[in-house]
Ligand binder design. Sequence first.
Ligand SMILES: NC(=O)c1ccc[n+]([C@@H]2O[C@H](COP(=O)([O-])OP(=O)(O)OC[C@H]3O[C@@H](n4cnc5c(N)ncnc54)[C@H](OP(=O)(O)O)[C@@H]3O)[C@@H](O)[C@H]2O)c1
Length: 316
Amino acid sequence: MPQTLICPEHILKTNLKDKTYIVTGGNSGIGYVTAEQLAKQGAKVIIGCRRISEGEKARLSILKAFPSAIIEIINLDLSDLNSVRNFVKEFLSNQKELHGLVNNAGVMYSPEGKTKDGFETQFGTNHLGHFLLTELLLPILKQSAPSRIVILSSCFHDKAQGREGRIHFDDLNFERRKYDGWEAYAQSKLANLLYAKHLGKKLSSSGVTAVSVHPGWVKTNLIRNFMPSWVQNIVLKPVFKLAGMIEPWEGAQTTLYSLLAPEVEQHNGAYFSQKGIYRTKDATKGGWPLHSPNPNAHDEETAKRLDEVSRALVGL
Ligand SMILES: NC(=O)c1ccc[n+]([C@@H]2O[C@H](COP(=O)([O-])OP(=O)(O)OC[C@H]3O[C@@H](n4cnc5c(N)ncnc54)[C@H](OP(=O)(O)O)[C@@H]3O)[C@@H](O)[C@H]2O)c1
């Protein structure tokens, strides 16, 4: 069993006072641990979440552990581009700086459906919502440089339950082919990786570093469309732990390393992976950074085309 990669302790002890971070989906799973750790280190953390009541619960829980934590909750539904625009408006009306954007929120294996703006749920939520959010926040990220963008992808960008990650430019929303929840997840997670790659190139001399991440197979609620979370997290936990499932704290390590380690600046656009399920045995142990074994993850033309298509789809 490959070892879990752990962020060096000194990085998790750096003083982040006067730094501001956004974590999307910070009310649950990996995002919650990420937000809590940043707040523990003294940063101001803005959690973007679609259920304010859950965000409030997360805020109170973090405050209970760290009473001096600075946490704000702002409504953000990534499956609704209007909500993304409103989130950015509210954020910019109160904040003068942004040192890190963590595009963490996500859905997996969603039933066939559309976002408010008519995009396939997973491509629309995981990629397009975050695409618009990032583009609207780029000016403040540049002004606040050095700053970071960390995008949660997945080892399933390579193959998700046997379906290869590929951007189907001719049918991004499954309108001309039969819907497949794993194929759609793989496409959305490859889009996350390619967008980080494109940003890395575009932002090379701006002081903004953008990377994508595979956090590992983490005990969270993400599984819910495939099996009830409690089956994975309680009933099958002993078996799944033996098979490589890790705790949310371990699952946040790749995000925190990518967000805070100084050496990551030398890898703009790269992919950082915890151990994962990949088509090649070499890749399974992960790597900070890791060369993805999916050939579709390395075509700069595809990354550029995805950027152009996404820009048009979100109305930029
Ligand atoms: N867990 C794993 O094994 C694993 C492996 C590879 C990659 N990842 C990636 O890691 C990221 C975090 O997932 P997790 O494992 O921590 O899962 P999680 O516990 O289910 O957290 C996902 C978060 O995303 C939020 N979210 C979902 N749809 C949203 C929307 N339309 N607008 C705003 N927020 C939305 C959820 O909000 P609600 O609480 O309201 O649902 C929740 O806060 C995801 O991008 C996922 O693809 C996870």
